[in-house]
Design a protein around this ligand. Structure first.
Ligand code: S3P
Length: 177
């Protein structure tokens, strides 16, 4: 049987990495973060890749990373960079092999979580909140298309979100088996 991954998508600051690591521990799955995979295979940080090669090249590397992760026969919890769901090939690969959860939150909540946006090249605009508002608006349709489930995390603490994700995933696995 092929592995079913648990895939977390959503905007920067939505909690994908933290929630994902806890879910992986709970499910005894491997955890991976697409940014970490890209950074490791490039031997560069994400800001370095953006600065040296630009966003388009980062997106190409992201597509390759997503394809490889999705194909893995080991069950993973995958925390996706905020832009992963924009690419139709990524959406197809992830939905084919995983249960995709969109961690959503208001731009205000996201902004309070990302602070000054350090380490996130797209937020180096001097006004992270305005950038998050603009990106959220542009991306919501793609997140909607990619996701099997949307969870609004705005007013939820981390443990509640983890519990909701795990419960939905187990329910899905049960019905798929
Ligand atoms: C991006 C989100 C980042 C990272 C890159 C681009 C985006 O990941 O992939 O800076 O386009 O939203 P996080 O969502 O983990 O911050």
């Amino acid at each position: 049987m092929v592995a079913c991954h648990l895939v977390l998508i959503g905007m920067m600051g939505s909690g994908k990495s933290t929630v994902g690591q806890h879910c992986a521990a709970e499910l005894s799955f491997e955890f991976c973060d697409t940014d970490d995979v890209i950074a490791a295979s490039s031997a560069m940080t994400i800001p370095e890749i953006f600065a040296a090669y630009g966003e388009a090249e980062f997106r190409r590397r992201e597509v390759n990373a997503v394809r490889d992760i999705a194909r893995s026969n080991t069950a993973h919890v995958v925390a996706c960079g905020g832009g992963v769901a924009l690419d139709p090939a990524n959406r197809t690969a992830l939905r084919a092999r995983g249960f995709v959860v969109w961690l959503d939150a208001t731009p205000e909540a996201l902004a309070s979580r990302v602070g000054d946006g350090h380490g996130r090249p797209l937020l180096a605009t001097g006004d992270p909140l305005a950038t998050l508002q603009r990106l959220a608006e542009l991306r919501s349709d793609a997140y909607e298309r990619a996701a099997h489930l949307r969870i609004d995390t705005t007013h939820k603490d981390r443990n509640t979100v983890i519990e909701e994700v795990i419960q939905a995933f187990r329910h899905e696995e049960f019905h798929a088996s």
